[in-house]
Design a protein around this ligand. Structure first.
Ligand code: SAM
Length: 295
């Protein structure tokens, strides 16, 4: 713990909302105040010096750039929707990844943003308004209760599933690098993690059951194997039977899943200390969905 790079030395990241501003213009405008570089791995992500304060920068206030960390910005990019696709964001508030999807799709196609919690819907709508996206439909409801066979979902080609999780990958950071912030031997924590994992498994199985879906991303901001590799491993037989395979998001990224099952090398992890936030990403792809989009 004594050899970790202090937070003050880690870069700040912002994601350019290409619905409102192109990357080169963002670099020029932000470059007036600080040295700006492209991240190089995640498209549209810019790196600024540590501790750059952008909270009230005009580009942030008007939604031209979003203050979104690198790990969080990898999720929608890993899903990689085609511009004309119909896409479902299953657990969407406050909507950072929803509006990232909209930008990646160039404002085309259609995104359904599902959210269960009424209070969080307000934040979701604010994020969407700020982004300027006009191809997002907000759906107040339980993702698990959506019927994949219903007409509105029959053409969904990609699903981003970023369900409720323990948040241990980001709280650990706030707690001054006291890792892990959850004690798996503590019965209350263990019970909470088991409940979360059980929801996460149901939600992942549900996402894979949409008839036309070709790409599914499962992500958490947890560092716990039980919410990450274990969820994927337990759903893998079902995924395989439906024609899905694990694929490697950002193959050049060297932090992969914990080696607890064959295929975990396809998974992506970020480190809560070294990468500032502990995220987990799994990508499922199938080439032959049950229902093919008629051309
Ligand atoms: N993807 C979001 C973003 O990047 O801004 C963060 C999503 S947060 C980790 C998980 C969200 O899922 C919460 O807002 C929670 O209220 C919502 N949620 C939990 N259970 C749900 C369910 N069954 N159906 C839909 N949304 C659900």
């Amino acid at each position: 713990a004594f050899h970790q790079t202090p937070d003050v030395l880690k870069p700040r990241y912002v994601r350019v909302n290409t619905l409102k501003l192109d990357v080169e213009s963002a670099i020029l405008q932000l470059g007036k105040h600080a040295k700006v570089q492209k991240d190089g791995l995640v498209p549209d992500l810019l790196m600024l010096p540590p501790n750059t304060d952008l909270h009230d920068h005009p580009l942030v206030m008007n939604g031209s750039v979003f203050m979104q960390g690198k790990a969080s910005s990898m999720v929608a990019a890993a899903l990689g929707p085609e511009p004309d696709w119909e896409v479902l964001d299953a657990c969407s508030a406050p909507g950072n990844k929803t509006v990232h999807l909209a930008a990646l799709m160039g404002g085309n196609g259609k995104i359904i943003a599902c959210e269960l919690n009424e209070q969080r819907l307000t934040r979701l709508r604010q994020t969407i308004n700020l982004s300027g996206a006009s191809n997002i439909e907000v759906l107040h409801g339980d993702f698990l209760k959506l019927n994949p066979r219903d007409l509105p979902y029959s053409k969904i080609r990609a699903i981003l599933l970023d369900p409720s999780c323990s948040g241990s990958g980001t709280t650990a950071n706030r707690l001054d690098h006291l890792l892990p912030s959850y004690d798996a031997t503590d019965t209350q924590d263990a019970e909470r993690l088991n409940k979360l994992a059980s929801f996460q498994k149901k939600a992942l199985a549900h996402a894979l059951s949409f008839p036309a879906v070709e790409r599914v991303v499962y992500s958490t901001c947890s560092i716990h194997q039980i919410e990450n590799e274990d969820v994927v491993a337990s759903i893998l037989p079902l995924a395989t039977s439906l024609g899905f395979q694990l694929a490697a998001p950002f193959p050049k990224w060297n932090r992969r899943g914990l080696p607890v099952f064959s295929g975990s090398e396809y998974l992506l992890r970020t480190d809560p200390v070294e990468d500032k936030e502990g995220f987990f990403i799994a990508l499922f792809i199938r080439k032959d969905p049950e229902i093919k989009e008629e051309s």
